[in-house]
Write a protein that binds this ligand. Structure first.
Ligand code: ZN
Length: 280
């Protein structure tokens, strides 16, 4: 597959990696039933059948406990990035806390066999106006591509560019690769991930990707292994998170297969980056 126009990404984490829910905090993780091995295998199978190579943002905590998963992702030809170590909102961590967590994740990923990590995605799109300093920390720690800034009000800002671009930081430039959004009924919705991707017909998603491509930009899609769990553990979550986690999981794998097999996807490092540069 050469020159794919769009990127497919996976945030490789456990079903309980939810930010800001006390009952699912890191202190409980070792006691909660693990689903990540089974569900990651489903994602790998799906991508293998569609002959898609993707970018996997892996939580360091997962890489530490299941290093063979990092190996399987790499040997299937996918690219590995960091999805932090302990899956917390970046804007709650402060510069030092973020740096410590990032370094921990990079160590865990390379110890599991990954080459030097150049890609990062923050948990729940948590690099936004409250945490733009994190881009500078990423550059200082050797990360070249960030995929954490969603052009969506709830987690980011509708003013953020919808296409890959370069951001300036005091320590140097970083490429920012946002996820796919769409305008719908006067609102901006997450067309490339989460409830927006799960509720939309493959036809609608493909039409949005096509419009993006016709304007000269790639689309970036994201899934989590837990979205393909045939028997997902259920926990009580605040309403917004409940919707984000459980809404229309039914049939998602089949809809995703149609999307993956209809157009070309690749890794983030395979897509074209606009040379537009923004300060941050
Ligand atoms: Zn996550």
């Amino acid at each position: 597959m050469s020159d794919p126009r769009n990127a497919f990404t996976v945030d490789l984490e456990e079903w309980f990696h939810v930010c800001g829910v006390a009952a699912l905090g890191p202190a409980h993780w070792d006691r909660l039933p693990s689903r990540v091995d089974l569900t990651t295998r489903r994602v790998l199978d799906l991508l293998d059948r569609a002959q898609v190579r993707a970018t996997f943002f892996i939580v360091g905590w997962v890489a530490e406990r299941y290093p063979h998963l990092v190996g399987e992702v790499l040997s299937a030809g996918h690219e590995v990035g960091s999805h932090s170590h302990t899956h917390q909102h970046v804007f709650t961590m402060g510069v030092d806390g973020f740096r410590t967590d990032l370094r921990q994740s990079l160590r865990a990923l390379t110890a599991a066999g990954a080459p030097a990590i150049a890609h990062f995605r923050a948990p729940e799109w948590s690099i936004n106006d409250r945490s733009l300093w994190a881009l500078n920390t990423l550059v200082e720690e050797g990360v070249q591509v960030d995929a954490s800034m969603a052009p969506l009000k709830m987690v980011g800002s509708v003013t953020y560019p919808r296409y890959p671009h370069i951001r300036r930081t005091p320590s140097g430039p970083i490429t920012e690769v946002p996820p796919l959004v769409a305008d719908r009924l006067g609102q901006v919705m997450p067309m490339g991930w989460g409830w927006g991707l799960r509720m939309s017909s493959p036809r609608r998603v493909l039409r949005t990707i096509d419009a993006m491509n016709r304007s000269g930009h790639p689309a970036v899609l994201t899934v989590h292994p837990w979205e393909l769990d045939p028997n997902p553990p259920r926990v009580r979550l605040p309403a917004r998170l409940h919707f984000a986690h459980y809404f229309r999981l039914n049939g998602f794998q089949d809809r995703l297969r149609v999307i993956l097999e209809s157009i070309r996807f690749g890794r983030i490092s395979d897509i074209a980056i606009d040379s537009t540069t923004l300060g941050s």
